[in-house]
Design a protein around this ligand. Structure first.
Ligand code: HEC
Length: 102
């Protein structure tokens, strides 16, 4: 019985993670407001080739670094603090930090 419970919980956790990854990717490509990240950044996993900001596959930013720049903005990059929720920013940061440089 316990074994089945553990298996069910693992499947649940894995599908939540997969969902967050999908949401992060979708936001990166089109959903992020005011402007989608893909317009300005290259990221192979997302198939984007933006060249206004740094190539994220080369930079390989960590999750905290991504959350910070999304909140504060940097140079030509706008802030996403007012236009996206904490959960949405978290999904993007989790996604980008897990696929950059792969
Ligand atoms: C309008 C273009 C633009 C958009 C849209 C944009 N960025 Fe940026 N981004 C930049 C530029 C330009 C820089 C470099 C700024 C500098 O070095 O002065 C940058 C820097 C960064 C950095 C590096 C931060 C550091 O610590 O050096 C990360 C990570 C990043 N962006 C992620 C994102 C993510 C994730 C999104 C979408 C939510 C996004 N960017 C949307 C232009 C953009």
């Amino acid at each position: 019985m316990k074994k089945y419970l553990v298996a069910a919980v693992s499947v649940f956790v894995v599908s939540i993670q997969a969902y967050a990854q999908e949401q992060g990717k979708e936001l990166f490509l089109t959903g992020a407001k005011p402007i989608a990240c893909a317009v300005c950044h290259t990221l192979a996993d997302a198939g984007s080739a933006g060249a206004i900001g740094p190539d994220l596959d080369e930079l390989k930013p960590g999750k905290e670094q991504i959350l910070k720049v999304m909140k504060e903005g940097m140079g030509a990059m706008p802030s996403f603090a007012q236009t996206m929720s904490d959960e949405e920013r978290d999904a993007v940061a989790t996604y980008v930090s897990s696929v950059a440089g792969q």
